[in-house]
Design a protein around this ligand. Structure first.
Ligand code: CO
Length: 158
C-alpha cells in the first residue's frame, strides 16, 4: 500500500470528534533562540530562508523574527526585558528549542469555551490577548496536551 499523495494519512483511517470546534491551518511554529541575530543569520545564510527584520513585542516579552515558508511560517523568539516567558524556557532548554505550535480557529472565544468544557486549561486569566499578528490568541496548558504548548489564533475567514 502506498500513502495517498495528498496527505500523510489515509483520511478514512482517521477519527474526529463530532463537537463543533474545528481546527484550522497551521499558522506558525515558534522556536526560542538564545541569540536572535545568530539564529537569523543561520536561517537566512545557511538555510536560505526569507527572514523579516526583528520586531520587539514588549507586551509579550520577546523580540521576534518571522521566517516565511510556502505553507506556514516560523517565528524565532528571543527574550526581551525582565520576566520574559521565554527566559524561563531557556533556563531549561539550553540553547533554545521548539516553544509552541499555533493553529488557527475562526472564533477564539468559542474555541476557548468548548475546550474548557472538555477539561482543557487556558493559560493566564482565560481572556484572549492580542498576538504577534494583531489577532486574539489563547494558549492551552501543555500538561493537558502531552507536553506541547498550543496557541490558538483567531483568523476570520476572508
Ligand atoms: Co505564537
Amino acid at each position: 500500500m502506498t500513502a495517498p499523495a495528498t496527505g500523510l494519512t489515509d483520511p478514512k483511517a482517521m477519527t474526529t470528534s463530532s463537537l463543533p470546534l474545528s481546527l484550522g491551518r497551521l499558522n506558525h511554529v515558534a522556536l526560542v533562540v538564545a541569540d536572535l541575530a545568530s539564529a537569523t543569520a543561520t536561517w537566512r545564510d545557511t538555510l536560505g530562508a526569507t527572514v523579516s527584520e526583528p520586531q520587539a513585542l514588549p507586551e509579550h516579552g520577546v523580540t521576534v523574527v518571522f521566517i516565511d515558508l510556502p505553507n506556514t511560517r516560523l517565528e524565532l523568539l528571543e527574550p526581551l526585558g525582565d520576566g520574559s516567558p521565554v527566559s524561563r524556557f531557556l533556563e531549561t532548554h539550553k540553547g533554545g528549542g521548539m516553544h509552541h505550535v499555533c493553529l488557527e480557529v475562526e472564533d477564539v472565544r468559542v474555541a476557548r469555551d468548548e475546550l474548557i468544557a472538555r477539561g482543557a486549561r487556558v493559560l493566564g486569566d482565560g481572556e484572549p490577548r492580542t498576538g504577534a499578528h494583531g489577532n486574539p490568541v489563547i494558549f492551552l496548558h501543555p500538561a493537558d496536551l502531552h507536553g506541547t504548548l498550543l496557541e490558538l489564533e483567531e483568523v476570520r475567514p476572508s
